[in-house]
Write a protein that binds this ligand. Sequence first.
Ligand code: SF4
Ligand code: SF4
Length: 430
Amino acid sequence: MNNFKGIHIKEHKNNKEISLHNEVLDFLDPEYVYVPLVEQGGTFTPFVKQGDKVKLGQEIALKSGRFPIASHAPISGEVVSIDIKKWHSSGKMVPCIQIKNDFLETAVDTIKPNNVDELSSEEMVNKIKDCGIVGLGGSGFPTYAKYNPNNKIDTLIINAVECEPYISDDYIKVRDNLDDIVVACKYILKITNAKVAYIVVKKTKKELIDIINKKLDLIDNIKLFLVNDVYPSGWEKYLVKKIVKKNYQILPCEVGAVVNNVSTVLAIKDAIEKNIPLISKTLTLTGNGIVNPRNVHVKVGTLISDIIRKNGGYIDYEKLYFIAGGPLTGKSLISDEMVVNRSLTSVVILEVVDREINMECMGCGKCATVCPVNLTPVFINTAFKMKNKEQLDKLAANKCIACGLCSYICPSRIDLTVNVLKAKEYMAKR
Ligand code: SF4
Ligand code: SF4
């Protein structure tokens, strides 16, 4: 990447503030959960059938492929369906395993404390794999795959930048769980043999900076790293370039780095210390459409409609819409019958405001100026509409990282990101 400086999104601060100071709501006993059978575009094969009794933490499905990963029952109870469809953060309806809660919390007997000092690096990685830990910053990528012993890793980067507007989950994690984050860092330093870990937050987060500085004062190999309050400063390539001073092509390990989101490292700690699978998570539930914007701690597979009901309900607007993920990279949905999948970071609920969209391009060039990977979205948009394959090849739409900046900046409100992504998909199919 070039020396991309990012864009400061003006409304950032206030959007985050609306959920930041409210107490986290625990909602860990839903009547039903719907465990999605799709993750990162791959599908899971269920191990269970309708009528089966399952224990909390039991493996119930497996996604095969290059990096196989299991999915676990978030509650104990009875399987009601293995193919019921629910809305999902991919913007599509996906099949799910529906489990009815027996409210007994009967857990698998593998969930118990480990003697961590006796675990080898390999055993730790196996626990991360067996517990189904995936990237919680939104990627859903199987975490164990980052710890290939053949990679020479020097630097561990703990990403707590959370550069999308509205989301405040990582902020709260660092503020409230720093001791656990430091312990988890030590495990990952052992696994990767990295010499140093950096916890990365924005320069503007004074409260976090003070907390981290106080904690890390006497720790040599875990440091604080600050980035500007710009978007997308939490983008993996941006962080690696800033910290390691090198570019990579596909994975950070090419330049000796591993990047983990801060929520992921907390899940890693639970897996290593107690074999706890990824069956619950926190996410930010926010926006002007609900009564109590806040972070919520819920079981994977809980319906957003159930969480909102538990959390005080909606503001009485005529029309609302839902964004699964952040406003710049998330998917818009019109239904709250959406499941919490493992990598869902937030749901933003907003009033629908009529505004003029898709006016004519005024040729301002802003979309090209902001693109962090130097694309020209306006030209890709045109080439895609004309299905000009040769031009699309030249314009390299396949490099789009779906950051959403071109749509955000466009004064004509043209939905460039969607069209660039369609062009990318079109090229991939070819
Ligand atoms: S969404 Fe894609 S094309 Fe648009 S600015 Fe981001 S990387 Fe560039
Ligand atoms: S930002 Fe919008 S108006 Fe400006 S060149 Fe790009 S598409 Fe056209």
